[in-house]
Design a protein around this ligand. Structure first.
Ligand code: 13P
Length: 293
């Protein structure tokens, strides 16, 4: 099937109490690994790329590979641009065929965040495109965006309500204590805050920093309304570790089909474990029906 907007799949997930994983892919091989994992579990899935990956691969090649994978495996696949601060890159990706974009203006004061989000909403409202915005500041490192522990800030519940009223954004990523990258201890997730936000806004909420969060914590976040979970670091690490292990055992190996095969398998296994964690396995056909209503 064609690439779909992530709006209906996330809405359905939030209403039904499960989550959808959005995997950051860094190569076309990783993209296929994720879609194959989702197809084997009959799950809807979101592929996402950072601005760095868009620059590296080019938006057209990401879009054509994502389209080809969605058509081949016949599951609902959305293609999302993660953490973008530049309006021009957002427009470029939408024109290329991305079906979802994040405008990250969380580094600006509330009013400026509203203004920049509305600039993107002006375009998206004429198209079948999901828009995600962030409130508060998620800590850690994601491509060029670096937020230190001191600068990380949790989202304020009443501001979330106000933000949705002023922008109409269909998906919101409130900072609630998770961070991008691997944690030194367990993350300090503010479940009470998620609950308060979810009581005030009914749009699907997004859990950033999905790598290495203990399974029970992920399930609790999903049950509270976090309908999208972003996973980048763990996928990248699994893929890279398989290549590194191959070269430790076979330092003279020269056939990329050999080591990429192991890397793809490792990425697939990791992707499957995250899909099972949020409970979206078996939801592909009900998502398709929901999309076509
Ligand atoms: P992790 O790298 O911690 O998985 O975070 C991913 C993310 O939130 C991308 O926006």
């Amino acid at each position: 099937m064609a690439l779909v907007s992530s709006t209906p799949m996330l809405k359905q997930a939030r209403e039904s109490g499960y989550g959808i994983v959005a995997f950051n892919v860094h190569s076309l091989d990783m993209l296929y690994a994720v879609v194959e994992a989702a197809a084997e579990l009959e799950s809807p899935v979101i592929i996402q790329t950072t601005v760095g990956t868009v620059r590296n691969l080019g938006p057209d090649s990401v879009v054509s590979s994502a389209r080809a994978a969605a058509e081949k495996y016949k599951i609902p696949v959305a293609l999302h641009l993660d953490h973008c601060t530049e309006f021009e890159v957002i427009v470029k990706c939408i024109r290329a065929g991305y079906t979802s974009v994040m405008i990250d203006a969380s580094m600006y004061p509330f009013e400026e965040n509203v203004k920049r989000t509305n600039q993107v909403m002006e375009i998206a409202k004429f198209l079948d495109i999901n828009v995600e915005a962030e409130l508060g500041k998620v800590g850690g490192v994601e491509d060029d965006i670096v937020v230190s522990d001191e600068d990380a800030e949790k989202a304020i519940p009443f501001e979330c309500k106000e933000f949705i009223k002023l922008t109409g954004v269909p998906t919101l990523a409130p900072a609630i204590g998770t961070a991008h990258g691997i944690y030194s201890g367990d993350p300090d997730i503010d479940f009470e805050r998620i609950k308060q936000i979810a009581e005030l806004v009914d749009v699907p909420l997004v859990l950033h920093g999905g790598s290495a969060i203990p399974g029970d914590d992920v399930k609790r976040c999903v049950s509270l309304g976090m309908a999208k979970m972003n996973v980048s670091t763990e996928l990248k690490n699994a893929y890279s570790a398989a290549i590194r292990d191959h070269f430790i055992n076979e330092p003279d190996s020269l056939d990329p089909r050999q080591y990429l095969k192991f890397a793809k398998e490792a990425a697939k296994e990791l992707a499957k474990s995250k899909i099972l964690l949020v409970g979206s396995q078996g939801k592909a056909s009900s998502t398709k029906r929901f999309i076509h209503q």
